[in-house]
Design a protein. Sequence first.
Length: 703
Amino acid sequence: MNTDILLTIESSRLSLHSELSRNTSARHKVFALQNFIKLLFASNNSLLVESYLPEFIDAYKRLLDLFLPEGIDIKITDSIIEQIKTILQIQSLKNITSDLENSLHSLQEKTLIIKNALDGIESDDSTRKRFIFPLLSKNNDNENNIDGYLDTITLHLKPVNTSQKFFTIPDEIEKDELLTTQLNNSWQAAKSFVQSKVKKDNQNFEVFIHFNGSYGVYRGSSLGVVLTLCFIEELLKFYNSNTVARTANSMVFTGPMDGAGKINSVSAEIIKAKTAAVFYSRAKMFVVPFDDYPAAKQKLDELKTLYPNRNLELIPVTNLEDILNRRNIVEIKKLTPVQRSGRFVKHNWAGILTAILLTVLLSYFFVLDFDDNPASVSADGQYIFVKNNNGKLLWKRHLRLDELSVGNENYLSKFSKLIDVNSDGTSEVLIANEQIGKNGEFNTTCALRCYDKYQNLLWKFSFQEKVSSLREDLESMYTIYMIDTLMIGKNNSLFLFANNGNSFSSAVFAIDLTTQKINTGILWSSGHTYDGKIRDINNDGKKDILCIGLDNGFEDAIFFGFNLTGVNCIRPTTDNYQIKNYPVSDFICLIRIPKTDYDFAVQNRFQSIHMGTLNYLSNTKEYFFIIDSDMKNSFSGIWYKLTQNLIDFNISVDNQFRVKRDSLVAKGILNLPYSDTKEYENILKNNILYWKNGIWVKKEEME
C-alpha cells in the first residue's frame, strides 16, 4: 500500500471530523464528505474504502436527509446522487448502507422538482411557503465559491410594556450591524403602512424572527424587502385589521429597504449570485431592486442558454409602494367580520403561546423545532408523509400509490394537497382515496378527507351521484382525485375528478371547501379521466378546466377543455356508452387521439395514460402529455405537445416505442415508414380528430 496515499487519507479524515463539528450548514458538510469519499474511491483500493467509509455512513445519511438542492447548479446534486449509487453497489458494506437507499430516493425526489422547473414544467404551488429570500454563503476554503440557498421567515409578535426588541433565530451574542439597522428600517416602513389601516398603532413588541433554514449566522441588509412584508402581514393580524396583505406563493424577494420604504441596490456581483440561486429552484418570480435589474437580467439570460425552458420572471421594484400596488406580488383585500373574529381568537392564544415558547427556547441557548404546521407532503408508495417547514416528519397516513409518486409532484398532487381551507393561515391536509383500517388490514376508501395539523379529521367528501347509459345503470362507487383550487364567486373551491371503480363513467366538478357541497355542474364522461389542470386556455381572461382521459366508446385517448357552468352535461361518445338525460357540453376543445398501428398489432383495447403527466410548458406555451402503448414500461409511447391554438401538435416518438414498433416493421407485420420519421409523425397527426359543430373532423377542417 502506498504510504503517501494512506497519509493523505488519514489527514483528510481528521480534517473532515473537524469540518463536521463546525457550525456550518448541512450542505457544506455534505460537500466535505463527498470530497473525502472521492479521495477514497480515487485510491482504487477496496480495503481503504471498506476501512474508512463505515465511520461516516451514519453522518452522511443524516446530512443527506437535510440536504436541499435549491440554490445550486443541479449538476452538483447529480454528482452526489451518483456517489450514493456507487456506495450502494459495494457488496461488503451492504449491512450498513441499506438505509442510504431512503436518503437517495428522498434526494432524487427533491432534485426532480428543480429539474422540472428547469424544463419549464409547472409544479403545484399549494405546498410552497411564502416570505422566501435568497441567501449566499461563502465557502471558507474558497472565498470565490459562493453557495446559494432559499430560506423563509416565520414571525411572532409578543406585545410588551417595555421597549421594542428584535430576536433573530438562530441568534448570535452581537448582531451584525447591517442586519440590526435593517430590522429597524423594515419595522419603520411596515409601521408607516399599517398606520393607515388601523386606529391604534402604539404597541411595543418583542419580535421573534425565525430563519427557518437555520443555515448559520445571518448577516447583511438584503432581506429588507421580505422582512417588511412579513412585518406588515403580522401587524395587520395583531391589530385585527379589516385589511390583509398576503404575498404570493413561489415568489422570492431581495433588496435592502430604508425606513421610508425605498429599495436600494445589493450590487451587481451579489444580485448575479442570487439570481443563480433562484434560477436553480422552482420559484417563478424574483423581485429585485430596480437598480440591480440589468445585472440580474444578464445573469438570467446567461443561465437560460443552458436551460432555455426555465420560466423565471424578474420584477424590478423601486419602493414599498411599488410592491404593494402589484397584485401579482401582494394580494390586499378586506376581511368579513366573521373572519376577523376568528383571527382575533387565534392571535390572542396561539400567537402569544408561540412567542412565550420561543422566549423559553432562547433562554436555554438553543432552538428546538416545535413547528407543527404542515408545509410539505411526500410519498414512498405506501405512505404519505406530512412534514413541517424544516422537513421534520409530523405524521403519516396510509396511501398506496405506484412508483410515480416518488418525486412526481404533479402525480402526488392528485392524491394529496395542503390547502388553507378555513383561511386561518395554517394549511389543512387533504388526502384522496386513503387506506383506512386497523391491525395491518387496510382498505382503500373512495373519499376525500380533510385533516387539521393535529391529524384530526375535519370532514370527508364522497361522490355518490348515479347515472345510466344504454349499457347499464352505473353504480355510485367513485375514487376521487384533485385538480386545483379556484375562487367561484366569493368561495374557495376545489376542482375534482372522479372515476367509477366498477365501470366506465367519470365526472369533473368542484366543491365549496367551506360547505363541502358541489357548487358547479358536473361534466360526465364515458371513460376515466387521468389528469387535469386549471388554466385560461382560450385567452378570454377566465380560468378553464383542461383534462385528459380515455373514451370507452371510441376506445381512444381524449383531450378536452371546457368551462363548468351550473348545468350537468356530458362528453359525446358512441350510443351504447352515452350517459343519458344530459346535453353535450360546449367544449373549448375536444380532441380524440386514436390508437396507433402498433396498438392494433398487439391488441391493446386502450392506450395508457399515466396520471400526473399532463403539464403546461410555459416557455413554448404548449400542453404536454404522454400516451403509452405499454403500461408496464413507463413512457413507452408517444409524446404530444399541443400548441396554444389547441389544434397543432408537435409529436415525438419515445425510444422504447420506436424499438418495439420498428421490430414489427422489420418483420413485415407492420407497414413502413419507421417510427422516427417525419412520415410516421404525419400519419399520427392525420389520425387525430377534433369536435366541431357536433361532428368529428380532421385538422384541415379546423383551419
